[in-house]
Write a protein that binds this ligand. Structure first.
Ligand code: ATP
Ligand code: MG
Length: 177
């Protein structure tokens, strides 16, 4: 996929608000799943295009609803390390075999989960990777905590904290000669 024409409109994006938007967009799909959100109130905002990262989140959460059994919980967590904000979406579905953990980001690649697996084109996660990398971020699939299910983990740049106006020249008047 060529992302050369992609223009990012970066603003400080509050992850808790973004998750609320994603939940509203997917209201019908997530109705069958308890959603646990674990994002601290003081998490720094992302430096991101809210629409594009929202689309990436939609693709990831949609997969969780599609591959994990009805009524199984989906957890959305956020935390910050240095200048990055991490976002993890975890489900308790069949998991992604370790040998497929990189390939699921390839165009059209689908894991064989057996008979009756949900329909799909194998594009969702390749688009996620393209959008996240366009932001200078990374995405990976990791086995779920406690060995069950899947976690898709994003690392994205945090917005730089704004300089408070009182920190500027006026606070300390320069000595005149
Ligand atoms: P599309 O998203 O284009 O409708 P898709 O869901 O098959 O189709 P991707 O979202 O790119 O495509 O996912 C690629 C493959 O990775 C899926 O076919 C599925 O095998 C596997 N996969 C993705 N997310 C999960 C998940 N949460 N649990 C188990 N397997 C998953
Ligand atoms: Mg998908």
């Amino acid at each position: 996929l060529g992302y050369g024409a992609l223009t990012l409109r970066r603003t400080p994006v509050d992850l808790r608000e973004l998750v609320g938007q994603v939940r509203a967009d997917l209201a019908r799909l997530i109705a069958d799943h308890p959603i646990e959100v674990d994002i601290p109130r003081d998490l720094p905002p992302l430096d991101a295009d809210a629409v594009l990262i929202g689309q990436a989140m939609v693709n990831i959460v949609e997969n969780a609803t599609k591959y994990a059994p009805p009524q199984s919980p989906i957890r959305i967590a956020g935390w910050a390390v240095d200048g990055s904000v991490f976002v993890a979406v975890s489900d308790q579905g069949p998991g992604i075999p370790p040998e497929d953990a990189e390939r699921v980001f390839d165009l059209f690649y689908r894991v064989r989960h057996g008979d009756g697996q949900p329909a799909g084109t194998g594009l969702g996660l390749s688009i996620v990777r393209g959008l996240v990398e366009a932001h200078g971020g990374t995405v990976r699939a990791v086995p779920g905590t406690d060995g069950r299910g899947t976690t898709i983990e994003l690392a994205l740049p945090a917005a730089k904290p704004e300089v408070e106006p009182e920190d500027t020249a006026e606070a300390e008047p320069e000595e005149s000669k």
